[in-house]
Write a protein that binds this ligand. Structure first.
Ligand code: 0O2
Length: 356
């Protein structure tokens, strides 16, 4: 039987609770906070729950809660307050301090039994879940360390470095072609189709994490065949129509092959994400050969990029409180940003027309 410690300065209350609960639990009693702390110390973690009165001599209920918190014991067992106190403020304060339930005196037998049972079950389930999460986090950490070690080993291999050089060349190739288009546009039309290009080469650790996650072998051939985003470019445009114009000009070049296209602007993701994605196969020219390499190119407006950076933070920080609310707010922002993008485009069109 699980042990419950009843802490109350009134003997009649202690005995009443003993009478109600002793069929299901082993009951221990304490007449005040000091005695309660001492008994908990002696029981060496065997206590399954504490039923705590608030008004007691020597050490009241709040002082007991503070002492339990200080020792880290609030995480060991549920604490239920049983009190004649009817103020919402006091009840709230107890719950905020981590108390599992607040039972009002005078209480009914079955209410006390059920609420104690529920609080203990809930607490045990939460503990089990926490343990599971800890185990999973530990397993992930180990897996991550293995990946880091493998990545580190490969980082020093000549053939891996050669492959990375080829992906870097693919980034340079796409970047140069975009810059040429930008030059031409500024000469011909006196404006730039994009504001900035951000590029990145996937890190060895991130390459291995993705191979592992997708169940692909850890070989150079596998990286080449299965990962399409080792070379990544993000093209930040001012207006939505620049995105399509620039993407078309780039992808229609006769030696560029479109491997995959995803238009999250025409069909945004449910979270509100908007961008135009391409996986392109681009030629790179080496000393003795011409080779095709994959590169991921994402086109977005400045506003979409601003939104995506914030959303990325949210996606990877799941512990953020009230995440559902934030997800909803981000979706609203994504919709406002879309409207704003098209409004700005309309203003630009009006200005262009007034110039002619
Ligand atoms: P990271 O950390 O940015 O690199 P894939 O797994 O890449 O083969 P997937 O995920 O179907 O295939 O490709 P998709 O949908 O084209 O997404 C590729 C990249 O776009 C993602 O890379 C993100 O960078 C970005 N992206 C896609 N969806 C979202 C989104 O909802 N929010 C934000 N902020 N970015 C998004 P990674 O590898 O998932 O992540």
């Amino acid at each position: 039987m699980q042990k419950i410690l009843v802490v109350d300065d009134v003997e009649l209350n202690r005995e009443l609770l003993r009478y109600i609960l002793e069929e299901e639990y082993t009951i221990e009693v304490a007449a005040d906070g000091k005695e309660a702390i001492q008994k908990l110390q002696e029981s060496q973690g065997e206590t399954g729950a504490v039923l705590l009165d608030l008004q007691m001599p020597r050490m009241d209920g709040f002082a007991v809660i503070a002492a339990l918190e200080e020792r880290g014991w609030m995480q060991r067992f549920p604490v239920l307050v049983i009190s004649g106190e009817y103020s919402m403020e006091v009840e709230n304060r107890c719950l905020e301090l981590g108390v599992s339930d607040f039972i009002h005196k005078p209480f009914g037998t079955s209410i006390v039994r059920n609420r104690i049972r529920n609080a203990m079950e809930l607490f045990a389930t939460r503990k089990k879940l926490e343990r599971k999460v800890e185990e999973q986090a530990e397993a992930l950490k180990e897996q991550n360390q293995i990946i880091q070690r493998q990545a580190e080993k490969l980082r020093h291999e000549k053939s891996f470095n050669r492959l990375m050089m080829e992906y870097r060349s693919a980034i340079m190739e796409v970047e140069t072609r975009l810059k040429v288009l930008n030059e031409e546009f500024s000469q011909e039309y006196n404006r730039n189709p994009f504001e900035a290009i951000k590029s990145r080469l996937k890190t060895p650790a991130s390459i291995f994490e993705k191979l592992e996650r997708k169940g692909y072998p850890f070989t150079l051939e596998s990286i080449r065949e299965n990962l399409t985003d080792v070379a990544g470019l993000r093209v930040i445009c001012s207006f939505p129509d620049d995105i399509y114009r620039l993407a078309e000009l780039l992808t229609k070049q006769d030696d560029i092959i479109i491997v995959r296209k995803k238009d999250y602007i025409k069909s945004p993701k449910p979270n509100g994400y908007r961008s135009l994605h391409f996986i392109l196969s681009v030629p790179i020219f080496l000393s003795d050969e011409k080779k095709y390499m994959n590169a991921e190119v994402q086109f977005r407006t400045i506003a979409m990029d601003f939104w995506a950076s914030l959303e990325h933070k949210l996606k990877y920080k799941k512990y953020v409180r009230s995440a559902d609310e934030i997800v909803g707010m981000l979706k609203d922002c994504a919709d406002s940003i879309e409207a704003l993008d098209y409004q700005m485009q309309e203003i630009r069109n009006k200005i262009d027309r007034s110039r002619q």
